[in-house]
Design a protein. Structure first.
Length: 250
């Protein structure tokens, strides 16, 4: 096991031949990782809810010399039904037959209010996108992950997913749930090749960070491109056997 994954050094083709689904791939960390994974030989499935944004990332990847052609999977997690998830899984099965990596990156912030003022409908929406979405996606994509010789599932946590800080509402509660979810998946698959881990990227220069801290000096934050090493480590072969771990990048 690498002792310091955030400074992980890897070869040019470390993800060659791997098929990787990244949720929330149109912006921020998801976009940065999709581009980097493609540069390293990974075949990336770009998930998001905005077709136009995903097409822009698709075009960026297509412009990279020798990068495998990506795919696009449009699905709005806030309104997706069981049939929508099933259709996505069927499409991936028919197109690729397996899945070597699944990164749960998509999330929404929700309201920054005291619990006593939090709108229940907004609470339900945040929990659905941030926690129920990753659960259902993992369920429907499990057959494709089982078809891989080295499947890796990565969940995204937060500092407020470990300490309940004031005014973080449903976002914090959903990330506490993610911490439990990835641990359960790891424990339930300890005798298989599937590995389940979690990453807390810390403060990163993303749209969500700006939404949460509009007055913050963004220039003092690290860019999404600077936090990809830990993700690459967990998606690649050097982390084989590593499971049930929660990593802090900062």
């Amino acid at each position: 096991m690498i002792t310091d994954p955030k400074n992980y050094e890897y070869g040019d083709n470390i993800l060659s031949g791997r098929i990787i689904l990244i949720t929330g791939a149109s912006d921020g960390i998801g976009r940065a990782l999709a581009i980097q994974a493609s540069t390293l030989g990974g075949r990336v499935i770009l998930h998001g809810r905005n077709t136009r944004k995903l097409e822009r990332v698709y075009d960026e990847i297509e412009s990279i010399k020798d990068a495998p052609t990506p795919a696009i999977a449009v699905l709005d997690l806030s309104v997706a039904t069981g049939d929508d998830y099933t259709a996505l899984a069927k499409s991936i099965q028919e197109s690729f037959g397996r899945l070597d990596g699944l990164l749960h990156n998509a999330a929404i912030l929700g309201q920054r209010l005291p619990i006593t003022q939090y709108d229940p409908d907004e609470w339900q929406k945040v929990m659905h996108v941030n926690l129920t979405g990753p659960l259902v996606l993992t369920q429907v994509l499990m057959p494709m992950l089982r078809n891989s010789n080295d499947p890796s599932v990565i969940f995204t946590s937060s500092g407020v997913g470990r300490v309940g800080k004031p005014f973080w509402g449903a976002y914090s509660a959903s990330k506490f749930g993610i911490e439990a979810l990835f641990q359960m998946l790891a424990a339930e698959n300890e005798h298989t090749t599937l590995r389940s881990n979690c990453i807390n990227p810390g403060p990163v220069r993303t749209k969500m960070r700006l939404e949460a801290y509009p007055a913050e000096d963004r220039e003092k934050l690290i860019a999404p491109e600077d936090v990809t090493a830990t993700y690459i480590y967990l998606l690649g072969p050097d982390s084989k056997g590593v499971t049930g771990k929660s990593f802090d990048i900062q």
